[in-house]
Design a protein around this ligand. Structure first.
Ligand SMILES: *[C@@H]1O[C@H](CO)[C@@H](O)[C@H](O)[C@H]1NC(C)=O
Ligand SMILES: *[C@@H]1O[C@H](CO)[C@@H](O)[C@H](O)[C@H]1NC(C)=O
Ligand SMILES: *[C@@H]1O[C@H](CO)[C@@H](O)[C@H](O)[C@H]1NC(C)=O
Length: 451
């Protein structure tokens, strides 16, 4: 209901670009003036250039005096400014730029052009013996995240185990407009268009079929790849399972009268009472409204590192635990400062706050509402993971109209929105279980077809 409401509101605000046919999606060139048709793959190295670091330190050290927070307000009015000096001092004086950039470069990074646009990615291939099959997994991050979210999970996902007859090759790109991938200069590159970019990206790398995993925007884009190109997706796993369809929201609403029709008793409190869940969403998702309508107004404010840190880290706080809003430190110690600052550095050095925020405006608009792709069902085998503090919970009853082959939904009684970042062990275990199940499912349905 909430998303429908937002779509309706945005319908009058943005989204003047016409929708594309499936052929036009493939042919779209998002490169603009800098378009390149060079599809070769080149190595890429992240650099924290001296000039950029010097400039960052200057801005941190010359920040204006902050407005004190209201008494005992914790994070309820936003990032508590009493916490900011420590964060800014840590970033300037303790965060070890030289070490961190080395850390970020521990995996081999690559760049190639897809539909005219430079796409940056990590690719980690396990070394296996001949009886083990290597299967490709496209890992998609979201906003305000980056490929950094997957750093601790990658060795676990790509580990070779005698328990499995397969090993996973991870391909983790930066979304267009995020981090080291190029931003487009053309209107209309939303989540569904990115789905085509990544289908073509995988094809260029030599994969006609692959598994997809993602949370946040990565979950949406993955869902769109599964919807537009069901034949290329061997299985779709997401820790942000949302079906943006009238039926799914109607089901949610109907459940307000009779929750047990919609969800198991153990998870009903993730949906109801609506008088708790909907106001919570309204209160905590102002960023979404702003970025869906005026990302370019917001962007320039982020040339202050203090501003960008408080804006982005407040969202890490909010989306990780419901109770964080009442904690003086926002509960950010769920992550190390290095984890959070590495991710911020990716936004900072690439100056990608504005371009990444535009994804909201390019997706939540009339064009997307009218296209109906969001609500179009997909038969791709799907497995969903639901952490306790995820911003929205959708039960199998709500998801099945979209994901007709929903083979499993794992309920976690803890954890938040940044599942891979926060719990790489649980996350990797979950994703590997899902891939095993997708393989079994396909083996079974192939046998059925033979019979
Ligand atoms: C094209 O690339 C140049 C150099 O990287 C960059 O400065 C410029 O902003 C880009 N133009 C567009 C339209 O993206
Ligand atoms: C690219 O990186 C790979 C892996 O580190 C390395 O083997 C290869 O030599 C590099 N290629 C170039 C052109 O530097
Ligand atoms: C669904 O997931 C749970 C938890 O990971 C697992 O115990 C169960 O076997 C799975 N079911 C199927 C059909 O794979």
């Amino acid at each position: 209901m909430y998303f429908l409401l937002k779509f309706v509101v945005y319908a009058f605000v943005v989204g003047v670009v016409a929708s594309l046919t499936i052929e036009e999606r493939d042919e779209a060139n998002w490169g603009g003036d800098n378009a390149s048709s060079d599809t070769s793959i080149t190595n890429f190295t992240i650099e924290f250039e001296d000039e950029v670091v010097k400039d960052l330190l200057y801005r941190i050290n010359n920040r204006r005096k902050l407005t004190p927070p209201l008494k005992d307000s914790a994070f309820t009015y936003g990032f508590n400014s009493d916490q900011l000096p420590d964060w800014m001092n840590y970033w300037a004086n303790t965060y070890n730029f030289a070490e961190r950039v080395q850390y970020l470069n521990q995996y081999t990074h690559y760049k190639t052009y897809v539909q005219g646009l430079g796409i940056h990615f990590l690719r980690v291939t396990p070394e296996v013996s001949s009886d083990v099959e290597v299967v490709p997994l496209l890992l998609l991050h979201g906003w305000p995240g980056s490929v950094r979210e997957f750093y601790d999970a990658i060795p676990l996902l790509t580990a070779v185990s005698s328990d499995r007859d397969f090993a996973v090759e991870v391909i983790a790109p930066s979304l267009p407009g995020f981090g080291f991938s190029d931003a487009t200069s053309i209107q209309g590159l939303g989540a569904t268009e990115m789905a085509t970019v990544f289908k073509n990206f995988m094809k260029q790398l030599g994969y006609n079929q692959f598994y997809v995993q993602g949370g946040d925007w990565g979950g949406f884009i993955g869902s769109m790849i599964a919807t537009l190109y069901p034949d290329v997706v061997l299985g779709y796993h997401t820790n942000f399972a949302i079906a943006i369809s009238p039926l799914s929201f109607a089901t949610w609403f109907a459940g307000a009268v009779s929750p047990s029709l919609v969800a198991d008793t153990s998870v009903q409190d993730r949906l109801y009472p609506l008088l708790t869940t909907l106001p919570w969403m309204m209160r905590e998702t102002g960023y979404l409204h702003l970025q869906s309508t005026k990302p370019d107004t917001l962007g320039p404010a982020m040339e202050s590192p203090t501003g960008m840190l408080s804006y982005i880290l407040q969202l890490f706080s909010m989306s990780s635990r419901r109770e964080n809003v009442d904690k003086t430190d926002g509960g950010l110690d769920l992550f190390t400062k290095e984890q959070l600052l590495d991710n911020l550095m990716i936004y900072w050095i690439t100056n990608s706050f504005t371009t990444s925020s535009r994804l909201y405006a390019e997706t939540f608009n009339t064009r997307n509402l009218l296209e109906g792709i969001w609500a179009t069902p997909t038969s791709v085998p799907t497995w969903t993971a639901h952490t306790k503090h995820e911003m929205i919970y959708m039960s199998p009853a709500m998801l099945k109209s979209k994901f007709t082959n929903l083979i499993n939904s794992t309920i976690f009684d803890d954890y938040g929105h940044f599942f891979a970042f926060e719990q790489p062990d649980e996350y990797s275990n979950e994703v590997l279980n899902a891939i095993s199940a997708f393989r079994d499912y396909r083996a079974k349905s192939d046998t059925c077809q033979l019979i």
